[in-house]
Design a protein around this ligand. Structure first.
Ligand code: ADP
Ligand code: MG
Length: 469
């Protein structure tokens, strides 16, 4: 179409070659009538991206070619998934050219178009990234995980077709969220070998996304994720404050759901308590089922210890099992840690596991709180208590010295004692930007250098943060 070719020529002059290739070369002109040009794009994401970033260029080019009445309409065409996916990396261009079906048209444009070509079935093999140890068989059932487990089983029997889509498994650290989510993945693979299952941590997803943006390969990124039948996204609380990734995930979400694909998400808190996540994404989470995994009750702890001991060929007396369950009572990871410490003592020191020895070892073990367990939430709570300020005041713009100090210290501790990004810390502490967090950290370190009593205060807070709750 001559009109589009002329527009493209104008657009090309105004953009870096790579940007032009990524966003404009794939566009197909569909029709032109009464000053309205309709173009076809590969996804809603591309449509929104064009509108957001290139609307000025598009408008001026169109008006130069067509005149002041020029109008642009989009037709969004989403590629269908390959039937027999068989490769590990992002699909290549040819693979992506696998068939297209029109499923949607945006902006009152064209609808009902059908691809005249038969879809080419591409051979794409995606490694599931599942840990072989995390199966349903090795997941001990208990009251604490019953709902999540049953929902998982239902999904595994009928992926994408139950009301549990997405399934959000939430609960504290070390309670078995990753294990259960992966176990569902294994079960789907077993029962439906043709389905593409992918496990990915939110951190990795985030890194891949950033890389894709940097290399201008966002389309490849989207296409890759649109090939998945069962997507397991672990630890979605890490999305807090990362708007770009959230936006992309939202599109992937919609797309997968439209195509009847299954999503399994895990999170360290209930959706209602998540801050720094856009409402439209949260509302998607609520479409399905949120199932909590709670801390294991005594009975379940016993079952887990017995199961793991037997699997590793260990013989623990009934008293030792009881002791382990009593000492390591907050999560399953802690239980496993306790068993490993005991095993090491018994093996390397050739000591019998007497009750006294067990208590000595466990006593040492569980009072040490691993550092990575600190969360932005806990830090805020401790600081609010310490300075006697309410969370509302901490989050407010109040400039009273005491409150500013509590707020800056909260940011400082979050920066140095959690993995949260500057943006996410700012977002969670009163919706500030990352520059404010940097400023706060700098202010605290300056004061630490010069003010001895401040230093002592900070040490005191440090101890409080790591003392058992
Ligand atoms: P989370 O993802 O919730 O932090 P994980 O899934 O990593 O926790 O679990 C921590 C450890 O505890 C893993 O080694 C896992 O196998 C084990 N675990 C958790 N729950 C159970 C369970 N119900 N049965 C057996 N092992 C479990
Ligand atoms: Mg986990």
């Amino acid at each position: 179409m001559v009109i589009w070719t002329k527009c493209l020529a104008l657009i090309r002059e105004q953009l870096p070659p790579k940007t032009f290739r990524t966003w404009f070369e794939p566009i197909r002109p569909l029709k032109y009538k009464n000053h309205v040009l309709t173009i076809q794009v590969g996804s809603n994401y591309v449509y929104e991206y064009l509108e957001e970033h290139f609307i000025g260029i598009l408008k001026s080019s169109l008006q130069s070619v067509i005149g002041p009445k020029a109008k642009l309409e989009y037709s969004v065409v989403v590629e269908s998934q390959p039937k027999k996916p068989v490769a590990v990396t992002f699909p290549s261009d040819q693979e992506r050219k696998a068939g297209v079906n029109v499923i949607d048209a945006v902006k009152g444009g064209v609808s009902g178009l059908h691809n005249p070509f038969e879809p080419v079935v591409s051979k794409i093999q995606i490694h599931s990234q599942l840990n072989p140890a995390y199966t349903l068989e090795s997941f001990v059932e208990g009251a604490c995980n019953q709902l999540a487990r049953s929902a998982g089983l239902a999904i595994a029997g009928n992926p994408g077709k139950t009301a549990f889509n997405p399934l959000l498994i939430y609960g504290g650290s070390g309670l078995g969220k990753t294990h259960l989510a992966q176990a569902i993945g294994h079960k789907v693979k077993e029962d439906f070998p043709e389905k593409v299952v992918l496990y990915v941590s939110t951190n990795l997803f985030q890194t891949q996304f950033t890389e894709a943006v940097r290399k201008n390969e966002i389309n490849d990124f989207l296409h890759f994720y649109q090939l998945i039948d069962v997507l397991i996204l672990d630890d979605i609380h890490e999305l807090a404050g990362k708007t770009g990734t959230q936006n992309t995930l939202f599109h992937i979400f919609n797309h997968l759901q439209q195509l009847g694909k299954q999503l399994i998400l895990t999170c360290d808190k209930a959706p209602a308590e998540l801050s720094g996540i856009e409402e439209r994404l949260l509302s998607r989470f609520r479409w399905g089922l949120s199932a909590e995994i709670k801390a294991p009750d005594y009975e379940t702890r016993r079952e887990i210890v017995k199961y793991k001991a037997q699997k590793d060929g260990l013989q623990f007396s009934k008293e030792v099992i009881d002791d382990i369950c009593k000492y390591a009572d907050s999560n399953v990871r802690e239980l496993e840690g306790a068993m490993i410490s005991l095993l090491a003592q018994a093996t390397f020191n050739k000591k019998d596991l007497t009750t006294d020895l067990v208590r000595e070892i466990l006593g040492k073990m569980v009072t040490r709180q691993p550092e990575e367990q600190l969360t932005v939430d806990r830090i805020q709570k401790v600081l609010c208590n310490y300075f006697h300020v309410t969370p509302e005041l901490l989050h407010s713009k109040n400039r009273k010295r005491e409150i500013v100090q509590a707020r800056q210290l909260a940011m400082y501790f979050c920066k140095n004692h959690t993995n949260a990004s500057l943006a996410s810390i700012g977002k969670q502490i009163g919706n500030r930007d990352h520059a404010t967090v940097i400023y706060a950290c700098k202010a605290v370190s300056d004061l630490l250098d010069t003010d001895k009593s401040f230093r002592m205060q900070v040490e005191e807070i440090h101890t409080l943060l790591y003392s058992r709750k």
